[in-house]
Design a protein around this ligand. Structure first.
Ligand code: B4P
Length: 185
């Protein structure tokens, strides 16, 4: 059973580390970024609305993202746990998540905060080269992160849920630190 949030800047390795956690713990990864990219690729109405914000490195509106998360968390495979990757990204989203998990009686165990400095992030994302990985959009995503998502560090610290993890080094080194942080939850 693992019910956690992976918090971190764009490119901090949330998706990379989630894949390893899924393999080991057998719980689903719920990535709002992946759900949104699927909607964009399928050209759904929701995807068309999300695309403009994603291309600019802005957050997609809460009603779209929260609706997706609500639907996903109500699917039966999340009963034994989940890894939330890229959600929540603002205090409003975090408050909605608290309500939603309260309704489902599935409280969070902890929030793993992957800490990586901005220059390393820009290098990683430029090397990846996804559609939203050009330098201008990356810089905007970082400033959106700073303004809207960074406050969640204090939010979860106050709830006693925060587990800070250094997000630099090899993927396996970082994973070992995450496992050590999860050992006492
Ligand atoms: P996301 O898909 O969440 O994208 P991300 O933050 O860029 O990726 P992540 O941190 O998972 O990095 P990864 O492991 O891939 O969001 C994209 C967009 O969707 C947002 O800008 C926003 O518009 C929208 N969105 C998503 N969620 C939302 C929400 N809740 N509300 C509103 N809008 C939302 O790693 C990145 C790269 O680094 C990879 O190439 C990887 O190989 C490399 N890497 C990983 N670990 C490494 C290591 N240890 N060393 C070197 N390289 C490493």
């Amino acid at each position: 059973m693992l019910k956690i949030v992976l918090l971190g800047a764009p490119g901090s390795g949330k998706g990379t580390q989630s894949a390893k956690l899924v393999e080991e713990y057998g719980v689903p990864q719920i990535s709002t970024g992946d759900l949104l990219r699927t909607a964009v690729a399928d050209q759904t109405e929701l995807g068309l609305k999300a695309k403009t914000a994603m291309d600019a490195g802005e957050l997609v509106s809460d009603d779209i993202v929260v609706g997706m998360i609500r639907e996903r968390l109500n699917q039966p495979d999340t009963e034994n746990g989940f890894i939330l990757d890229g959600f929540p990204r603002s205090e409003a989203q975090a408050e909605t998540l608290d309500e939603l998990l309260g309704e489902l009686d599935r409280p969070l165990q902890c929030v793993v905060h992957l800490k990586v400095d901005n220059e390393e992030i820009v290098q990683r994302l430029m090397a990846r080269g996804r559609a939203d990985d050009n330098e201008e959009t990356i810089r905007n995503r970082l400033s959106v992160y700073q303004e809207q998502t960074q406050p969640l560090v204090a939010y979860y610290e106050q709830q006693g849920l925060l587990k800070p993890v250094a997000g630099v080094g090899t993927v396996d080194e970082i994973y070992a630190r995450i496992k050590a942080a999860l050992a006492d939850v």
